[in-house]
Design a protein around this ligand. Structure first.
Ligand SMILES: C[S@@+](CC[C@H](N)C(=O)[O-])C[C@H]1O[C@@H](n2cnc3c(N)ncnc32)[C@H](O)[C@@H]1O
Length: 308
């Protein structure tokens, strides 16, 4: 059947062999597993993109993606239709509380003392949001850290220390995703007002400016704290990050096979600083052990600290 014959919301059913091929392609390239129940999602998402490029059938489009000219660009566009990008600001509150407590402890360490404690207190905290989607998670972390930075500096009693702290204490967030369109939206940092329901009014006031009736934009000072980049978690061996203080990876691994999840969390562990924190989504990894890592006893979270 040709694309012209499809009603707008109507996508033809693909046969079992086609489904097997598409499923394998998606899993090999993104790690995402497509269950039988998500076949309809695949058909609808493919048809949406095929209409956009004027392609007539699943087989022809498949060939275009694996062997056609411009296949890299087309794959980059398609992946956006096939990945689940649902996200929100401060999505899992307990995980954000854990990050806050951990960073507060770090920035308060050695308060008023010399030597190692002072170095820690002034240290830059490096965070990585893995599978950041359209940026809400990364900006939530940035708001949290910025607020905390201010709070810690207020708590400083010694005038000289406070000055040093304000000059030296920093944080940086790297936020990565496989989807270029999602990253582009993240960089724009423009969100519908409904999205801001999860942001406390005081933070909304401070970190967003109004674009129009319906939309708000993250202020440039906060944007500067976040660097967005395309990284496929199946290619972590090529990623030059190391000694990251906090890795935040939620609602990504749920779509992956068990062995892949383990490979990915092992690779993330290697990129964590000793003493660093790996924050996953509750229940997203089970039966995982690693000699360098211990589970953090923090309520309603799935998080680990690197111990060596
Ligand atoms: C459901 S969103 C989660 C967003 C955010 N972490 C949260 O918890 O709200 C999952 C994100 O993972 C991304 N993703 C899927 N496969 C990926 C891969 N192989 N490498 C990197 N990102 C991937 C998707 O593009 C999507 O933006």
């Amino acid at each position: 059947m040709s694309v012209a014959g499809w009603a707008l919301n109507d996508s033809p059913e693909m046969d079992e062999e086609q489904f097997r091929l598409w499923r394998a392609l998606l899993e090999n390239r993104t790690g995402m597993q497509l269950t039988e129940q998500r076949k309809r999602f695949l058909e609808t998402s493919l048809c949406k993109r095929m209409r956009e490029v004027g392609c007539d059938c699943y087989g022809e489009y498949y060939e275009q993606l694996v062997a056609g000219t411009g296949r890299k660009r087309e794959w980059a566009a398609l992946v956006d239709h096939l990945t689940v990008q649902e996200t929100s600001f401060f999505r899992h509150l307990s995980s954000f509380s854990l990050v806050r407590d951990t960073c507060r402890e770090r920035w308060s360490q050695g308060h008023g003392s010399q030597g190692h404690g002072t170095r820690e207190k002034n240290a830059t905290i490096e965070l990585w949001s893995v599978g950041c989607s359209t940026g809400e998670e990364a900006y939530s972390l940035a708001m949290l850290l910025d607020e905390l930075h201010f709070e810690c500096s207020q708590n400083e009693s010694n005038e000289v220390d406070r000055k040093d702290f304000l000059q030296n204490a920093r944080f940086g967030i790297t936020a990565t995703d496989i989807s270029l369109p999602a990253l582009s939206k993240a960089r724009d940092g423009i969100y519908n007002v409904r999205k801001l329901d999860h942001v406390e009014p005081i933070l909304r006031e401070k970190y967003f400016s109004r674009v129009d009736e319906r939309r708000y934009q993250v202020v440039p000072q906060l944007k500067e704290r976040v660097c967005f980049a395309r990284i496929n978690v199946l290619e972590l061996s090529a990623v030059p990050f190391h000694d990251v203080d906090i890795i935040f990876c939620q609602n990504l691994l749920i779509y992956f096979k068990r062995w892949r999840k383990k490979d990915i969390v092992n690779a993330l562990t290697d990129r964590l600083k000793v003493g660093g924190l790996l924050v996953l989504g509750l229940g997203e990894v089970v039966d995982w052990e690693h000699p360098k890592i211990v589970r953090m006893p923090y309520e309603n979270t799935l998080a680990y600290t690197r111990i060596k």
